[in-house]
Design a protein around this ligand. Structure first.
Ligand code: SF4
Ligand code: SF4
Length: 230
């Protein structure tokens, strides 16, 4: 079966996140159909196991468990030894930051508990910006990026922030994130994220998920009025 047939078969009902689809394509191009099918089964089995382990959690617990599992797999992955990311390295924190709605709820709760202020004006400066607007510019700092370029919610940063890693020099991230950097992938951590999304939304079809720009999601929560008490 060629690549097109595999893609066709996959599209018959199995939604696969972009990063995992890329990983599968790589395996298929190096090892052929057998390797592709084995990797696909490994992904589906592993995701199924993670879903079984995490299905009894509340939405807030699920978010924390997902974040902790992502960190665990990244710290254990020996193939990530080339990682150049470190504290105070901030160019990726001026990029479009995607967050799922339950993650946004957990972040809001965390900020409230820890007394972390969120500046609504800083959030508003991101409104209406597309992913392209963030590329190659450091003018769109995340609202949680501190003056010393550390993350003010490091413990509660979104899954996408945790999964973003590169093997190239940090200064390359400032130039053109999409074309020049060497992205690193921790495939087990990607499986955890896929399991989280499927548990949260019942599907990996991105058109059916609730999420968006971190700033938009937080502003919506900051400005929404609490329901009236009876
Ligand atoms: S992705 Fe780039 S800017 Fe972000 S922490 Fe890693 S090296 Fe630094
Ligand atoms: S939440 Fe933290 S890690 Fe994520 S973009 Fe903002 S400052 Fe960076």
């Amino acid at each position: 079966m060629g690549r097109k047939s595999r893609e066709k078969k996959r599209k018959k009902g199995i939604f696969i996140p972009q990063t995992i689809a890329g990983w599968l394509r790589n395996i298929g191009s190096m090892g052929g159909d057998l390797a592709f099918n084995e990797a696909l089964s490994f992904y589906l089995d592993t995701k199924g196991d993670i879903i079984r382990q995490m299905r009894c959690f509340s939405p807030d617990e699920l978010v924390w468990q997902t974040w902790m599992n992502i960190d665990k797999f990244i710290s254990e992955d020996v193939q990530l030894k080339e990682k150049k990311c470190g504290k105070g390295c901030f160019h990726c924190c001026c990029m479009y930051a995607h967050v799922f709605d339950t993650e946004a709820d957990t972040i809001m709760k965390y900020c409230l508990e820890k007394g972390i202020e969120i500046d609504p004006e800083a959030l508003k400066s991101h409104i209406g910006k597309t992913e392209e607007d963030y590329i190659g510019s450091c003018n769109n700092r995340c609202v949680f990026l501190a003056d010393d370029n550390s993350c003010r919610i490091y413990e509660a940063r979104p899954g996408k922030c945790r999964l973003h890693m590169v093997a190239t020099e940090p200064k390359m991230c400032a130039l053109d994130e999409s074309r020049t950097v060497g992205k690193l992938i921790c495939i087990n951590a990607e499986f955890v994220m896929a399991a989280f999304v499927e548990l949260s939304y019942g599907t990996l079809d991105s058109s059916k998920q609730a999420g968006g720009n971190l700033a938009d999601m937080l502003l919506a929560r900051l400005t929404s009025k609490p329901p009236k008490a009876f």
